[in-house]
Design a protein around this ligand. Structure first.
Ligand code: SF4
Length: 340
């Protein structure tokens, strides 16, 4: 069993079972999260016999092992992590001035199968555990010797299709005994799992929600994001509006700009209509072509036209500055090209 996925109560139960006082859990958590120590033998305030007992129980701290990385000139770095069963997942480190963001994965592959996404073409293998999720962020912080300030569930997988583990990981990232990241700096990006959006709104967490919108008609959205056949656009938008109303957090509507597919004047008028009058922000994303992909990016002037039209109608909007395209670390490009 891995220590990294346990919350404080679970770790306290474990140390009590092993005959130690409750406060040993706090000591272990300090070593793991504050000092980045993975080896029980180095946890010098634990009795040696207890260290040995932890090892004898087959317990380990860590859940992922760095197995490769590629970095761009701007400092964006894509990591490949090996899991205990030999599977691999990727995560991306994105440094800006004060903000250090990790985009992490929640599944090996993805069951949603979006037509523009490299991960979607990989198929689905399995859900990650909470420990495997939170350890991606912890390991990158340790390797970069920096405090990770922001984390987004926007790597491989649909986070809300792995709800329990994703939520537990977000709570561990946020916990005072964990990585102590502000809930407002944590974001879950979903392709639109409607019941899970309602559930998330009731969690009493101040985390951000981003929706992969990408189309404004059911016909096109179902072609791009097959999950739209189960949860059509009107239902998804209703759930997002409910999330914004309940949490008072602005929902981000992600819109990948695909040349000749979703970037026409009709699309723009519908996008403005859909985003007006509630707490949301439209993020226009220049498409990153993936090898063998069928789409092309919209011309920059089309992206600017969308931005201007939305802003004239008082819709909060921006064009995302893409980072990491050189190492295929940009949105929709995470598929294990680094090799285990
Ligand atoms: S875009 Fe997201 S939800 Fe869609 S296939 Fe890719 S990883 Fe899955």
């Amino acid at each position: 069993m891995q220590i990294i996925g346990l919350n404080r109560e679970e770790l306290e139960d474990l140390v009590l079972e092993l005959g130690e006082p409750r406060y040993r859990a706090r000591q272990i958590l300090d070593w793991v999260y504050k000092k980045g120590v993975d080896d029980f033998g180095q946890m010098s305030n634990l009795p040696v016999l207890f260290q040995q007992r932890l090892q004898a129980q087959g317990l380990v701290v860590s859940a992922v092992t760095p197995a490769g990385a590629a970095e761009t000139a701007d400092g964006t770095k894509k990591y490949l992590f090996r899991l205990s069963d030999g599977c691999g997942v990727e995560a991306v480190y994105i440094p800006e001035q004060k903000r250090k963001t990790v985009c992490f994965s929640t599944q090996v592959g993805c069951p949603v199968g979006c037509s523009f996404c490299a991960t979607g073409r990989q198929g689905f293998e399995r859900n990650l555990t909470a420990g495997e999720i939170v350890d991606q962020v912890r390991k990158i912080g340790l390797e970069k010797k920096t405090r990770i300030t922001h984390a987004v569930a926007m790597g491989q997988g649909e986070p809300l299709a792995n709800y329990a583990a994703t939520l537990k990981a977000l709570r561990l990232l946020n916990a005072d005994y964990g990585l102590q990241m502000a809930a407002r700096h944590l974001t879950v990006s979903t392709s639109g799992v409607v019941p899970a959006i309602y559930r998330l709104a009731d969690e009493q967490l101040q985390i951000n929600l981003a929706l992969s919108l990408h189309a404004t008609s059911d016909q096109l959205r179902s072609a791009l994001i097959p999950l739209n056949r189960t949860y059509p656009l009107a239902q998804v938008i209703r759930a997002c509006r409910d999330y914004a109303a309940k949490t008072n957090r602005r929902v981000t509507l992600e819109y990948i700009m695909l040349d000749g597919v979703n970037d026409g004047e009709d699309d723009l008028a519908r996008l403005a209509e859909l985003a007006m009058g509630w707490l949301c922000h439209v993020n226009l994303i220049p498409y990153n072509p993936v090898p063998g992909g069928a789409y092309r990016p919209s011309p920059p002037q089309t992206c600017q036209r969308f931005l201007g039209y939305l802003q004239e109608r008082w819709v909060a909007a921006s064009i995302r500055q893409e980072r990491g395209a050189e190492v295929n670390a940009a949105c929709g490009q995470l598929r294990q090209q680094l090799k285990l």
